[in-house]
Write a protein that binds this ligand. Structure first.
Ligand code: G6P
Length: 484
């Protein structure tokens, strides 16, 4: 029973995530306009047609904060916007504290740990600055726990998302032991020897925070088992690997695996609207009869864009038959630009891209087309056009591009896929798989993909699309809810 009785709210189902389903922009005249976000979670939640469901998220910009402040009871007024049935509560967190939690802990520490991104001779260095960030991260998680506790009806189901909110499950349980709490990690999970780079108290707090949930779910079995390994190594927890349970401090948390799939219905409809057709025509015009290798990513360290470009360069250097006959279309749109590592990485991507065009470009052939601004319809157009899709992350929770391309492809597309992407578990049979660090092997894989006979490509694409859509977002979401 609760020692601290707390007024409960009316929501039977709640979702919590850092990035919410909508964002705001301040227009020149000072007015706010609203944009709906994409992604699996937004589609997934559309399976719930409950007007009392509540999505709690953070205000990410000044425009968001203004909107949150204007909202009665913190609830945004979404009437007239096509953003699904649920109410959205945006937390107005002090911008500096937010930046410490989001940039400092979530994106520079936990993201780096789970994706193995540190240059370990110099990074990480957990100093006094980190401790300030860690305090902000704890307060940020507490703010979510309090908002969820206030909104949740007795016995409600709460689905907490990702590494931004790893402490919230335990904090929420302390406030509202009546709730059913799930946590979902959209990232990989680090192996124990790497996870232990974290200060001991931080390493333990993150695991114990997630173990505060009744169920902790992951995109693949590999990441679920890595989490269990960390619980055992760091906390001395009791782990049952076949039952997928972790017992610690007298409580047992169940682990779950839900491999989020592509939203075929949405993608196929969206990919055939006039704005996509227009962009497809423009891309066709640019590439002519040549073959295309396509990649679409956030400019994200873990996506391995630079090695992908180096592999393309190696292909052109060693296989002259492709000179003038292939175009690499690379979309690398801005992400997390508050972090110096990401700005440097963006510069490195642009530098290598220029080098390639300088080395091989001719009057009538631009070997590489790099676009750095986000344009979803243009990405869909590239998916439709691609002969080869390159998905070569160093490490990735799932990677939905690998699943979306086969669904949207017009004439079949060969997939070059990193064995370190979560999607590998489901797509390996019909992809050409690579070690993402091996530039030459990646170039070989690109050559094999370019040379794949059309009939084989079509067959493989069909099977890839079937595997990629096995668990559509709506079902993914419902499965988690039912398992709670
Ligand atoms: C990954 C994370 C998400 C995050 C997204 C974009 O997919 O798992 O939680 O929202 O990256 O990153 P951003 O920092 O822009 O929200």
């Amino acid at each position: 029973a609760s020692e601290r009785p707390q007024q409960s709210g009316a929501a039977p189902i709640l979702v919590a995530s850092n990035r919410g389903p909508v964002s705001f922009r301040t227009e020149d005249d000072g007015s706010l306009t609203l944009r709906r976000g994409g992604g699996g979670l937004v589609s997934g939640l559309s399976a719930i047609d409950d007007p009392n469901a509540v999505w709690v998220c953070a205000a990410l910009s000044d425009a968001d904060r203004t909107a949150a402040r204007q909202a009665p009871d913190g609830r945004l007024d979404l009437a007239g916007h096509d953003v699904g049935g649920q109410a959205v509560r945006m937390l107005d967190i002090d911008p500096e504290a937010f930046a410490r939690a989001y940039n400092g802990v979530a994106n520079s520490t936990l993201w780096f740990v789970h994706h193995l991104l540190y240059q370990t001779p110099v990074q990480p260095a957990f100093d006094a600055g980190f401790r300030t960030e860690w305090a902000a991260y704890r307060a940020y998680n507490a703010a979510f726990a309090e908002a969820l506790a206030a909104e949740a009806a007795p016995g409600a189901a709460v689905l907490v998302q990702d590494y931004h909110l790893s402490l919230a499950p335990a904090l929420l349980r302390a406030l509202r032991p009546d709730l059913r709490i799930g946590h979902f990690s959209h990232t990989p999970w680090a192996p124990p020897e790497y996870y232990r780079l974290l200060p001991d108290d931080v390493a333990a707090a993150v695991l114990e925070g997630i173990l505060g949930a009744d169920r902790a779910a992951f995109l693949t079995r590999r990441w679920a088992l890595a989490f269990a390994d960390c619980c055992e190594a760091v906390l001395g927890a009791e782990v049952d690997r076949s039952a997928l349970t972790v017992t610690h401090g007298g409580r047992t948390t169940r682990l779950g695996v839900h491999g989020l799939g592509a939203d075929a219905e949405f993608l196929r409809e969206r990919a055939h609207r006039p704005d996509v057709d227009e962009r497809l025509a423009a891309l066709r015009e640019a590439v002519g009869e040549r073959r295309t290798i396509v990649r679409v990513d956030r400019t994200e360290l873990s996506k391995n864009i630079v090695r992908g470009l180096l592999a393309y360069r190696h292909l052109l250097r060693t296989r002259p038959e492709w000179l003038g006959n292939v175009v690499h279309i690379a979309f690398a749109y801005p992400s997390r630009t508050d972090l110096a590592e990401y700005r440097d990485y963006t510069a490195a991507v642009q530098r290598v891209a220029e080098e390639i065009n300088t080395e091989f470009g001719t009057a009538d052939w631009q070997p590489l087309i790099l676009h750095v601004n986000d344009d979803f319809p243009r990405s869909l157009a590239a998916y439709r056009l691609a002969d080869v899709a390159l998905v070569n992350p160093i490490r990735d929770g799932m990677n939905l591009v690998a699943k979306e391309v086969p669904v949207v492809s017009d004439h079949g597309c060969a997939l070059v896929l990193s064995r370190e992407a979560g999607a590998y578990a489901e797509l390996a049979d019909d992809a050409i798989t690579v070690n993402p660090y091996d530039v030459i092997a990646t170039a070989d894989a690109l050559a094999e993909a370019l040379a794949m006979p059309p009939a084989e490509r079509t067959e493989r694409t069909k099977r890839l699309a079937a595997a990629a859509t096995a668990l559509p977002p709506q079902q993914w979401f419902l499965d988690q809810l039912h398992a709670l």
